[in-house]
Design a protein around this ligand. Structure first.
Ligand SMILES: Nc1ncnc2c1ncn2[C@@H]1O[C@H](COP(=O)(O)OP(=O)(O)OP(=O)(O)O)[C@@H](O)[C@H]1O
Ligand SMILES: [Mg+2]
Length: 253
């Protein structure tokens, strides 16, 4: 049995390379349980790679990942994942409720097919993201924001305590962004830990309990006001600081 660790995710000296070029270098961070954490950094900073390394989808050159106090290898099923939108084939012929049901597959033995309980869990997850009335539609027929919510339902149906989401707010309108944020907040209140890649620094402090600032290396992890500091942001975002000066001002007033 697992005693619940204080930390949902413990990453130590994580180094990940593609074709001998490091995307992440010596990243160490401990993420507390029951937090809504935003991962920020410029394009190519290694945000998606960080998420994939925590999931065990990419193999590190060096370093370790522990999930809820256990080796990542023993943690399968403890972590659910919502991929970056571009990584999904939306023309695949599958209905909304079947996508949500996919969250149950790890829990269904190989000799069995999904039971009534699995379908119920899938439908409950669709309700949580307010997509139940679309359950019989093809996923390809939905808007980007609706597809994003269905993928969140798939992750919720898995029943994992840790959810990793790669840019859930990308390409959605303001109303959908609110709806997704509400789902994240509710998931947090129900005891889940969420790690969310996020692009918009102007909302980062409002949305998240903690921020993780990354560009190949870890630059900062902590309360948004501690992370959204001009010197840190100027190192990470270089020439684009002018925009962020306003954000820093806003955060500190
Ligand atoms: N499969 C891959 N093969 C080779 N290089 C890769 C691969 N995936 C990522 N990279 C490289 O690793 C670095 C980090 O990529 P990653 O996708 O983790 O960045 P990101 O912070 O998620 O960027 P974005 O904001 O654009 O999504 C980039 O230089 C990228 O080109
Ligand atoms: Mg990415």
């Amino acid at each position: 049995m697992n005693t619940k660790s204080k930390f949902a995710i413990e990453v130590a000296h994580l180094t990940v390379s593609y074709n001998a070029r490091p995307a992440l270098l010596d990243v160490s961070v401990n993420i507390e349980a029951d937090q809504l954490v935003g991962v920020i950094g410029p394009n190519g900073a290694g945000k998606s790679t960080f998420i994939k390394a925590v999931l065990g989808f990419v193999k590190p050159d060096l370093g370790t990942v522990r999930i809820a106090g256990s080796n990542a290898q023993n943690a399968k099923g403890l972590v659910a994942y919502v991929p970056q939108r571009g990584a999904v084939d939306w023309d695949f012929p599958i209905t909304v409720k079947e996508v949500a049901l996919m969250g149950r597959y790890q829990k269904i033995p190989w000799y069995s097919s999904p039971g009534k309980k699995d379908w119920e869990t899938a439908m409950e997850a669709l309700k949580m993201v307010r997509m139940e009335e679309f359950s019989d539609r093809q996923i390809g027929e939905l808007s980007g924001g609706q597809q994003q919510r269905v993928f969140m339902a798939r992750a919720l149906a898995q029943g994992s305590n840790i959810l990793l989401l790669d840019e859930p707010f990308a390409g959605v309108d303001a109303a959908t962004e609110r709806a997704i944020l509400e789902v994240l907040d509710r998931a947090k209140k129900s005891g889940k830990t969420l790690v969310v890649v996020h692009h918009d620094l102007s909302t980062a402090a409002e949305y998240f309990d903690k921020l993780l600032l990354i560009k190949q290396r870890l630059y900062a992890y902590g309360e948004p006001t501690a992370v959204l500091q001009e010197d840190l942001l100027s190192q990470v975002y270089e020439g684009r600081l002018r925009i962020f000066k306003d954000i820093v001002k806003k955060e500190n007033t």
